[in-house]
Design a protein around this ligand. Structure first.
Ligand code: UD2
Length: 309
């Protein structure tokens, strides 16, 4: 039976991934300290997984788990909020970089060879440098503790492949939305906040004029891409995961209003400091690998609304 480890498996993307892996019949072990994730995200698969409520920075614990010799390791555990990383730079560093390097190092010294070690990074590594679309070899400009550690951990992930023969891959998420995304912080994914406002008839604060663009991607396409990439032979590379389309925030809100059959009450406020004007992934590398998204923005919004309403 295929054995899989998912760190951060109770979080937004992690839980969606775990559910799909369980549906595929894999034996899934989840490590999550529930600092961002919640057990309720895993309710539907709870009886089928092994769950450890534990911090990935506890190296001795991680080593014990890694000795189980997994076929696939998906590394999603992280301080996942950029804002949080600015408030807690050193803790972020321990979680977002040190724990990853320790895991890679343990695999190396113990001569453990998962079919793939997949590390999840972010479009945040590209920073504010105005060049679109973002190719994997575009200039990076990590501007926050979050982005710096994500970029460094990507490099370690790739280098443990090229230097020591581990099969590794890193991915850069663009703007992910869908079920189980927590809307409760101002820095939560904007579509989770829009969803909550639509549901509860609350006013939505739009920072800026709504012309800022993002490459929004539905979480089920993210999950499919993660599984697809990890199960391919190709290793030791980094992949953008987005749709390769940019949509203005106001346009995606209008589209969502049509899906929900409701109007959103919008208050406009000043653009946020550091907010990027445009974001768009070049997804040629992922496409060339053979990946095709199944959902897309419109279908994603429809399914998300169906799930939540
Ligand atoms: C995303 C990531 C962030 C970092 C960044 C790198 C998420 C949730 N955030 O930030 O971690 O990787 O990319 O570029 O994936 N907005 C509103 N009202 C709200 C909330 C947001 O108008 O209540 C705006 C916000 O100012 C921005 C846009 O919506 O212009 C998208 O915001 P976001 O926080 O969902 O994502 P982003 O791209 O700023």
């Amino acid at each position: 039976m295929t054995k899989v480890l998912v760190t951060g498996g109770a979080g937004f993307i992690g839980s969606n991934l775990v559910i799909e892996l369980v549906n595929k019949g894999y034996q899934v072990t989840v490590i999550d300290d529930l600092s961002m994730g919640i057990k309720a995200n895993l309710t539907e698969v709870w009886d089928k997984i092994t769950f450890y409520e534990h911090d990935v920075c506890d190296h001795a614990f991680m080593h014990q788990i890694l000795d189980e010799n997994f076929d696939y390791i998906y590394y999603l555990a992280a301080v996942s909020s950029v804002a949080d990383s600015v408030v807690r730079p050193y803790e972020t560093h321990q979680v977002n970089l040190e724990s990853v390097v320790d895991t890679l190092e343990y695999l190396r010294v113990r001569d453990l060879h998962p079919k793939k070690f997949l590390f999840t990074s972010s479009a945040a590594v590209y920073g504010n440098y105005p060049e679109l679309p973002k190719r994997e070899d575009s200039r990076v400009q990590p501007l926050t503790p979050y982005a710096i550690d994500k970029y460094a951990a990507e490099r370690y992930t790739i280098d443990y492949g090229t230097l020591y023969g581990l099969k590794t891959v890193a991915v850069r998420f663009f703007n992910v939305f869908g079920p189980r995304q927590n809307p409760n912080s101002p820095y939560s994914g904007v579509l989770s906040i829009v969803t909550k406002c639509l549901l509860d008839d609350e006013e939505f604060t739009l920072y800026g004029d709504g012309s800022q663009t993002r490459d929004f991607i539905y979480v089920k396409d993210i999950v499919n891409a993660l599984i697809f990439i990890s199960e391919k032979q190709e290793s030791n590379d980094v992949y953008n995961i987005g749709y390769g389309h940019q949509t203005a925030l106001l346009d995606v809100i209008r589209q969502y209003e049509r899906v929900a059959g409701k109007d959103l009450e919008i208050t406009f406020a000043d653009r946020r400091a550091g907010d990027i004007a445009e974001s768009l992934a070049d997804v040629a590398r992922l496409t060339e690998l053979g990946f095709k998204p199944q959902w897309g923005l419109e279908k994603g919004l429809e399914e998300y609304w169906e799930y939540i309403k």
